[in-house]
Design a protein around this ligand. Structure first.
Ligand SMILES: [Zn+2]
Length: 60
């Protein structure tokens, strides 16, 4: 199961607070799209990404 330490994109800050997300699954497509230089460790107080949640629920 590709769970990883929570990470988020620095670009989340440009979005409205309500839709900012963090990722914690390495199989998550939106998470994989975040270039390394835009990644920051931690949740930053954001909610978990829907794709990560789905993958985690499926045990992937
Ligand atoms: Zn995700």
């Amino acid at each position: 199961m590709p769970r990883v330490s929570p990470f988020h994109s620095i670009n989340e800050e440009k979005k409205p607070a309500a839709i900012r997300v963090y990722h914690d699954n390495s199989a998550c497509a939106p998470g994989r799209d975040i270039p390394q230089f835009e990644r920051r460790v931690g949740t930053n107080g954001y909610r978990l990404c829907d794709d990560c949640k789905k993958l985690n629920d499926q045990g992937r």
